[in-house]
Design a protein around this ligand. Structure first.
Ligand SMILES: [Zn+2]
Length: 330
């Protein structure tokens, strides 16, 4: 067996095969955790999970650069987790004001705010925050680091999902960097004292992207999202200025949008959204098929998949953490 491949949800047999005891699986003080045959190294000192989580629903914060990133890339998992009673909060570090070809930046920013409120309603989110930096010029400033950390601490998430720092868009890279930069500092009480330090830091994960340099995403968490895509399309539909104006103009698919008319034909509307926005979930299902078969040998490879990689800048996950964020817990 290839010992470099992670296999955290494969069960006790795999743990036994690797010669790792149950206690070693749960705790590896100071170095992270060992789950299955994977060691998760982590920056945060409470990596062993000795600090108990705050009671109540599991809290997940998804932080993107623009007011559509988390919707598009994490929307299937979002619907799944919300159905299990989790609290999920979206955040966009920028207000997306540059993302339109006809509206002025101020008009776009105002429109995006209104549309994210509607998207939050349709998903059933705890909230959808826009931190208000301009897009196309976001960089990981100290001021932005403090703001992002304050917002994270206020929500007190168990998990954060954000961009990798090798993503194509400078704003995506900056948003991911801000979360990485805040990761350890979330637990430092005298830093940003207006928001209570988070003793039990969150597990941080990266949302999927197709980029291969310096390496492709490692699918530590894989989710079959097909059952959730109708609800997901309904939430995307809330962002009219994105999915029916700007993005079609950017991609050159305006004629297909025009053919939808007033979009009252839900099946046609969903077919359009699926064609352009579920395609990456199909590609991920194909490229991670071998990983899926290793983790879930008795389940067919999904048609649509979302995949997530654990970051080393948060708390190291236990096997239970990975089940929880995949929505696979009881
Ligand atoms: Zn984006």
């Amino acid at each position: 067996m290839d010992l470099n491949r992670r296999n955290f949800l494969g069960g006790a047999a795999l743990v036994a095969a690797a010669g790792i005891s149950a206690s070693a699986q749960a705790q590896d003080a100071g170095k992270g955790t060992v789950v299955g045959k994977r060691r998760f190294v982590a920056a945060c000192p409470n990596a062993t999970g000795v600090i108990a989580r705050t009671p109540g629903p599991v809290r997940v914060m998804m932080i993107g650069a623009h007011p559509d990133d988390t919707d598009i890339t994490c929307g299937g998992l979002t619907v799944k987790l919300l159905a299990k009673g989790y609290k999920v909060r979206f955040a966009s570090v920028t207000d997306g004001r540059m993302g339109h070809h006809r509206l002025t930046p101020d008009q776009t920013a105002k429109t995006r705010r209104a549309e994210t409120i509607e998207a939050a309603k349709r998903f059933g989110l705890d909230g959808y925050d826009i931190y208000g930096y301009s897009d196309c010029s976001l960089y990981p400033s100290y001021e932005a680091r403090c703001l992002v950390a304050k917002k994270i601490r206020e929500f007190e998430p168990d998990f954060i999902i954000t961009h990798r720092t090798c993503d194509y868009h400078a704003d995506h890279r900056a948003a991911g960097q801000l979360v990485m930069d805040a990761g350890y500092l979330l637990g430092v009480p005298h830093w940003v004292p207006e928001a209570k330090a988070q003793r039990r830091r969150p597990v941080i994960l990266y949302m999927t992207d197709p980029f291969t340099y310096p390496r492709t995403l490692r699918p530590d968490v894989m989710v079959d999202v097909e059952p959730y895509l109708a609800r997901w399309c309904d939430a995307l539909d809330a962002q009219v200025s994105q999915f029916y104006d700007w993005l079609p103009w950017d991609k050159g698919t305006e004629a297909e949008v025009a053919a939808l008319g007033d979009r009252s034909d839900i099946a046609a509307r969903n077919a359009y959204l699926m064609k352009y926005w579920a395609a990456k979930k199909m590609r991920d299902a194909a490229r991670f098929a071998a990983d899926w078969k290793e983790v879930y040998p008795s389940r067919p490879v999904p048609k649509y998949m979302e995949a997530y990689e654990v970051s080393e800048y948060g708390r190291a996950p236990t096997e239970e953490d990975l089940r929880i964020i995949a929505g696979e817990n009881a």
